[in-house]
Design a protein around this ligand. Structure first.
Ligand code: CA2
Length: 154
């Protein structure tokens, strides 16, 4: 690979991948629901998918809403798109919705499980109306699908 082509491949920018509360437990509990992949596996999946399209990835996981808000705010200057699994904050957080709306970047909401097959309180998302796309029930492959989608629109 020449230096010129390498520079071109690196030039598409950074995709922020945000994981919310309890997703640090992936692969350690409830495998029948969330599968056996760890958070590190999911982040590597996202990195590989993004690299295949010439993007880099910043991964953030936090159990604290404020940390997630800060990461989304930072994306204004550091990222070109967002993949977000906000976990349970999906169903509660007007603040995360406002942050996503404020940054005006294409964002994809991902849920590992099909939230519509689960409890009623998981059927509503505060985030979906401000996201370009929503992927539910595809397991951790949903993160790859989200990045493929972002790569197609960016
Ligand atoms: O399906 C999803 O990805 C969810 O965002 C997962 C959240 C849940 O609150 C949403 O309704 C749907 C829960 C994440 C908990 O992750 C765990 C992973 C392994 C073991 C225990 C929890």
């Amino acid at each position: 690979m020449t230096e010129a082509s390498s520079a071109t491949e690196a030039s598409r920018g950074t995709i922020l991948v945000v994981n919310g509360p309890n997703l640090n437990l992936l692969g350690t509990r409830e495998p029948e629901k969330y599968g056996t992949s760890t958070l590190a596996d999911v982040e590597q999946l996202a990195i590989n998918a993004a690299e295949a399209h010439g993007f880099s990835v910043d991964c953030v996981q936090s159990n604290h809403e404020g940390d997630l808000l800060d990461a989304i705010h930072d994306a204004r200057t550091n990222a070109v798109g967002i993949v977000i699994n906000a976990g349970a904050f999906t169903h509660t957080s007007v603040a995360l919705r406002d942050a996503l709306a404020a940054v005006s970047l294409p964002a994809v909401e991902v849920h590992i499980t099909n939230v519509h097959q689960r409890e009623e309180f998981r059927h509503h998302s505060y985030l979906s109306p401000v996201c370009s796309a929503v992927i539910v029930g595809a397991g951790v492959q949903g993160y790859k699908l989200a990045i493929d989608y972002l790569a197609s629109v960016l």
